[in-house]
Write a protein that binds this ligand. Sequence first.
Ligand SMILES: Cc1ncc(COP(=O)(O)O)c(C=O)c1O
Length: 449
Amino acid sequence: MPGHKLGKVYDKLGYSDIVKNIYKMDTTEISGTDNLHSPEGIIKKSQERASRVFKSEYTYYLINGSTCGIQGAIMALCSPKDKLIVNRDCHQSVINSCILGDIEPVYILPKINNEINILEGVEVQEVLDTIDNNLDAKAVLVTYPTYYGKTYDLKKICEYAHEKNMIVIVDEAHGSHLGLSDKLPKTALDQDADIVIQSTHKTLPSFTQSSMIHIQGNRVDKDKLETMLRIIESSSPSYVLMSSLELAVDIYETKGKELMEDLLLNIDRFKEDIKNNESIDIYNDNDKTKVFISSKGLGLTGYELETTLRETYNIQVELANYYGVLLICTIGNNSDDFNMMKDALNNISKKSYKEKFIEHIEYPMTIPVKVLSPREAFYKPKKSVKIYESIGKICGEYIIPYPPGISLLSPGEVITKEVIDYILLCNKKGMNVSGIKDSNLEFIEIIVD
Ligand SMILES: Cc1ncc(COP(=O)(O)O)c(C=O)c1O
């Protein structure tokens, strides 16, 4: 990320002059430049084109990332105290929206690939059961595809939720490119989601922080959503970011399919070539543009492989976990990128210590007991205690191993030994744990009473 890959795609397609001069588009709401918050002119026209291209009924440009789209969608659709069914491995912005809007999250535990400890999204039946057990919930929010490219039968979830009068919000932050090929999983809009939020900047060529929110059908109160977006977004929306969204829409519509075909071919070739290297295992998920490379066979942790790729081979991967690295491939990549990666991996495999054993670390797979809502917990007094003294107490902060950035503990939940042991082990192995104020992980904040 971002999907334009250091602007390579703009250069390739002849957009360099526009991009080089994009600062000249840094204007404000004056005559002729329209207003994102009540568009009637060029922005309205541009959003209408995006809506046509992405096959929604209405599309809104977002200049505070998908974060604000998620906040806007949740708070427009759920009133205070409403229940929101959501996958536990949701982005932090979902839980933050529950704090802001006083909404009650009801979690669904995701599946996990035990071999490489990556989260694999929800089990459809789990979602349907959670709906059945919470028929008073207002909406269901799911992440589709996951960061690692996992998808599932979203249509079934939408059908069932609609039957039970629930609205389906899809966090498609990692899937704005899905409509570019039949070889990729279906888009959330294609599967009847009511409201879909996409980080255009992640997998398509727009600038960081520029995203879109799409709606369709008659379940979403469009006026309320627009009002909520006005409340949470900047009153000075960046024309640079909006222009970059327009570039992404243009590229998507005019060249997107062709570029995606090339990309998928490059990925297939890369996988085929690397097959001969016995130290490398590739996990390619439903969304083929996400490629996970296991480093176990190299005798390296994912962190070590990431550092080697960056420092020795000038390659920056999207993320590393303990077991490997994730590549996010976009239409901004070209065959040279894949060749460079292939050569680097082949070189590394000649040098690395295959006898080194990469031990398995079990991911904690239980949802902690929730005592307070995220909002109640946020406003309670807190104190810092030694980490092992916190077991059994109510957590006052987030504990989020990063990546993948999923909260193991959120404010208001009971701290367990399992989670504390896990994060201390993660930390020892070089994993980053965010959310917690004491980065040394000696102390943790708990709720005082
Ligand atoms: C699954 C998911 N949803 C939402 C977001 C937020 O997106 P943005 O960075 O566009 O605000 C992210 C960011 O990484 C994410 O991974």
